[in-house]
Design a protein around this ligand. Structure first.
Ligand SMILES: *Cc1c(COP(=O)(O)O)cnc(C)c1O
Length: 346
């Protein structure tokens, strides 16, 4: 991991976005064949897009600079001005993307609380679908998130969401930033998840270690519309094959390491749960995220104390969030638990 100025090793559990490109990625990036991707001329981008579409089982895929832009391109491709999409109250596209759909697309969000398992209650969703009446925005799209706070949506639920979308002629988008964590956890091919959706956004730059980028996958016609929006949003990149080369290794090589991140998260949660003064719901740990609530200290205070121990952690509200990833190995678990133990006492 990083070395701080004082040469104390830093263990960074704030997010899986902190992963750096692997040596194999660096090599592939250096050697990537490139062209101008706005002209469709970059062979490495084209290869990544073809591969992503094949792996997710969709007609087409689009390489975009970020997950945020990927979701926004999807929302803009599904919806028009005055349309509405139904989304989780703490869904990334609604809460953590600067309101982009409303700001740039005049698309109204209809947020609903997530249930504890990360799903949206489909009865509530159905009740929020507006009738065709000029008083209302036109409900066009349902957006789910998988994983949601590290939790995996059950496959039968996805089928029910698909049926609901079909009944009401809604599009169905998946913010699948961590869709590969979900498929690895379920032990199924990722297409078992993606096949239910009209569009799926998957991040390459989180646990999969690519330095930059996401892929938006879906029907060709939808992806063609998204490609126009990507250009409008300033996401038309030129010799992007240098980045796509890392993305190719992300979805072919790095996916197979995600199971280790999940094992490490579980180990970490179980050991943290034994510490007095810290509440950890170990049953909630399904993939690479651990949530822990300090019982006597505030979250920011705990973050400060842990940072002084050389362990970086994030969170929101009163919960700390620890995210395991490729650069966090099993041997880092003990030092983190010891640091927690000291920080809780100090
Ligand atoms: C990280 C994340 C995104 C956005 O990805 P960026 O590349 O950071 O823009 C979208 N959705 C979810 C669920 C995420 O975790």
């Amino acid at each position: 991991m990083n070395a701080s100025k004082a040469d104390t090793p830093i263990i960074d559990l704030r997010s899986d976005t902190v992963t750096r490109p692997t040596p194999a990625m660096r090599k592939a990036m250096a050697e990537a064949e490139v062209g101008d991707d706005v002209y469709g001329d970059d062979p490495t981008v084209n290869r990544l897009q073809a591969l992503a579409a094949e792996i997710l089982g969709t007609e087409a895929a689009l390489f975009v600079p970020s997950g945020t832009q990927s979701n926004l391109c999807a929302l803009l491709a599904h919806c028009e001005r005055g349309d509405e999409y139904i989304v989780g109250q703490t869904g990334h596209t609604y809460l953590y993307e600067g309101g982009g759909a409303a700001v740039l697309g005049s698309i109204q969000p209809q947020p609903l609380d997530f249930r504890p398992d990360g799903s949206l209650d489909l009865v509530q969703v159905e009740a929020k679908i507006k009738p065709d009446d000029p008083h209302f925005a036109r409900t066009k799209l349902l957006c789910l998130e998988n994983t949601q706070g590290g939790k995996v949506l059950p496959l039968p639920y996805l089928a029910e969401a698909r049926a609901l979308a079909d009944r009401h002629r809604l599009g169905l988008h998946l913010d699948g930033a961590r869709i590969f964590n979900a498929s690895v956890k379920l032990g199924v091919d990722v297409t078992e998840i993606s096949r239910h959706f009209d569009s799926v956004s998957a991040c390459l730059s989180k646990g999969l270690c690519a330095p930059v980028g996401s892929v938006l996958c879906g029907k060709r016609e939808l992806i063609d519309r998204a490609r126009r929006w990507r250009k409008v949003l300033g996401g038309g990149m030129r010799q992007a094959g240098v980045l796509a080369a890392a993305g190719i290794l992300a979805i072919t090589e790095q996916v197979r390491h995600l199971g280790e991140d999940h094992d490490n998260a579980r180990q970490l949660a179980e050991r943290l749960a034994r510490l007095p003064g810290l509440a950890v719901d170990t049953d909630a740990v399904q993939t690479n995220m651990v949530f822990a609530r300090p019982e006597r200290l505030s979250r920011p205070e705990m973050e400060r104390r842990m940072a002084a121990e050389g362990v970086l952690i994030g969170g929101s509200g009163s919960d700390l969030r620890l995210v395991t990833h490729f650069d966090f190995k099993a041997e880092h678990i003990a030092p983190v638990v010891e640091a927690f133990s000291r920080a809780l006492r100090a």
